[in-house]
Design a protein around this ligand. Sequence first.
Ligand code: TRP
Ligand code: ZN
Length: 499
Amino acid sequence: MAVHRFPVTVSLTAVLCAAPLAVSSACTASEGAVAPPSPAPILAGAGTAGIATAGVGTAGAPGIGDPDFPRDGNGGYDVEHYGLTLAYDPATRQLTGNAAIRATAVQDLTSFDLDLSGLTVSRVTVGGTPAGFSRQGDELVISPAAPISKGGAFDVVVDYGGVPQPIRGYSGLGTYGFTATADGAFVACEPNGAKTWFPSNDHPADKATYDFRLTVPGGLTAIANGELDGAPVTTGGRTTFVWRERHPMASYLATMTVGRFDVRTGRSAGGLPVYAAVDPAFRDSLDDLYTRSAEITDYWSTVFGPYPFSSTGGVIDDFAAGYALENQTKPLYGGFRPQQSIIAHELAHQWFGDSVSITRWKDLWLNEGFATYAEWLWSEHRGGESADAFFRHYYANATDPMWDYPPGAARPADLFNASVYVRGAMALHALRLDIGDARFFALLRAWTGEHRFGNATTAQFVELAERTSGRKLGPLFDAWLTRPGRPSVASGPPQPAGA
Ligand code: TRP
Ligand code: ZN
């Protein structure tokens, strides 16, 4: 099974000269983090004020129901909001946290889980009353003093701390999650690394809004999603940054990237606030990152529909991850100067992945196929190779391993495989050839509009494509997404753009 390092297509010339996409073999689905010794459960107090008591209830499931990631996320409740008050000291690598989580029970609950990897929990309350808790691997099992009734809103507060440990392997991209750097932390969490730094329902199917109150040593900058709420405040040699993401966000898109940063803020030509930050090692890239991020966000707004969030931007950290992640409102670039195609890719994810999120990881092509196709569209927009030329280039290689590896069911141990990116993008181009440009781009806007801030599935995309085109598209999607083998192109060989 091939794994590739992720979007690599820059120009067709670069593609033609590039080494094969497959660079490493599949990882096994193992996670490195080891839970600390479980503290003895705290005896639940008798006070139940504010907590409904109707019904006996059952334990919430330890997973949200994603068959490829059975322990990711949790059942029995839905989170609305995370309020994260966190202090990080790069000298000791110590994270000290308080997570205030507002959720709604979707069943009667005697207990429920949050996902948390490593770290030590000192106290949990539910509805203000101390709750029992225990650790089972990456599950924090919480037993409220009294059962919670289905439909009831409840507040969970978790005090915790320790040295966060990133997760190795598993995603096919190396280490992810909260990763200490020389001057702070690099925090990129796809697919399930949020649990390395806060207790969460760590699966994209449960999106929530976030507040971050981040305290770091003076001179450092802490960068999270959304917008700053006021200027940072420095007291006693430490600075606190308050960030708010007011739009629903998947847990893997949350970040608290810390370090020395040069920052440029302003507005795009279209009037959107822009926040760009670079580690001083990348100082000479700040203006380019700022300008390109603003320009590309404005352009995608004309192609994909209105920008979903309240600001755009990007962060380049001096940490040689070698990849980028589409953190909501603030894509994070790990130790390289991103080319336009990469910025175009991460900003396209703001629509495809961040605003419209997957419900199950097997549908990851809905993120990566679309973002890769956006790289081709950006090239075409800039007067470079057309999307059709990219398509024909890949189509011409009849022995590419992706033909045996359909993208419609991403494998957990090989999630970010080349087929999900490239064959996924090709599926979109095949659709475009079949239904025509007008209906294709109307479909993209309908997709981002109908599912804005929500979760969606491949079946819903196929249904919408059929509805907006008036065509039966099952065979086309089946050939491109599900069946092994190189599909035939229905309308004959693709024509050169402009020919
Ligand atoms: N979604 C990223 C992209 O294609 C790639 C990616 C997957 C990633 N998992 C990651 C990046 C973990 C950083 C950390 O743009
Ligand atoms: Zn991507």
